[in-house]
Design a protein around this ligand. Structure first.
Ligand SMILES: O=C(CO)[C@@H](O)[C@H](O)[C@H](O)[C@H](O)COP(=O)(O)O
Ligand SMILES: [Zn+2]
Length: 196
């Protein structure tokens, strides 16, 4: 068991290093997309399932509250957080619709969708992307594996950050690093002095 635990750490570190080389440019591009959205008075909308739902909430918490330095609150909403809304949409329609129906109500032109799926194949995340496209929202997709069906849905102004791994856990660990990097870009670009 000890060897397996150590192997997991090694695999995680190796995936992080490979990702840092492959993804830095897309992460910077995604950061600029978010900064432009916020400067335009728009909000950030996130969604995902399971561990990615946790990531989606975590990222919004860091915008609404703060990341590492003092600054004003920034507008963000995670679509997997409102259990009454989620259960009613899933119960009355389909689980596939839980994010897309919220985007049709809350999404405005210029809001940025951060869609998180390690497989790139979660139907509700795919439908969220389709609704975001219909609302002219730029999309940042955090994926893994081969990008799944999500990869084929993105337009030229969207960004896919695809982690080079097939293991959900390793992909999620890199996604967390990506989201923290995005927080750092936002704070550096918008509040270089750590304004509050
Ligand atoms: O956290 C984990 C596994 O590490 C799981 O809860 C995982 O997030 C769930 O199986 C999700 O449903 C996977 O969805 P996705 O990442 O493929 O969109
Ligand atoms: Zn997990």
């Amino acid at each position: 068991m000890l060897e397996q635990i150590k192997d997991n750490f090694t695999e995680s570190i190796q995936t992080q290093i490979a990702a840092s080389e492959m993804l830095a440019q897309s992460i910077e591009h995604a950061g600029m997309t978010i900064v432009q959205g916020l400067l335009g008075g728009n909000k950030i909308v996130t969604c995902g399932n399971g561990g990615s739902a946790g990531h989606a909430q975590h990222f919004c918490a860091q915008l609404l509250n703060k990341y590492e330095t003092e600054r004003p609150s920034l507008p963000a909403i995670s679509l997997n957080s409102d259990i009454a809304t989620l259960t009613s949409i899933a119960n009355d329609y389909q689980y596939d619709e839980v994010f897309s129906k919220q985007i049709r109500a809350l999404g405005n032109n210029g809001d940025v969708l951060i869609a998180i799926s390690t497989s790139g194949n979660s139907r509700n995340v795919i439908k969220a992307i389709e609704s975001a496209v219909s609302r002219d929202m730029p999309i940042i997709a955090l994926t893994g594996n081969d990008g799944g069906d999500i990869a084929g849905l993105l337009g030229e102004s969207d960004v896919e950050i695809r982690v080079p791994s097939h293991r959900t856990s390793r992909i999620q660990e890199v996604h967390l690093m990506v989201l923290h990097s995005l927080c750092e870009i936002i704070d550096t670009m918008l509040f270089p002095q750590g304004d509050c």
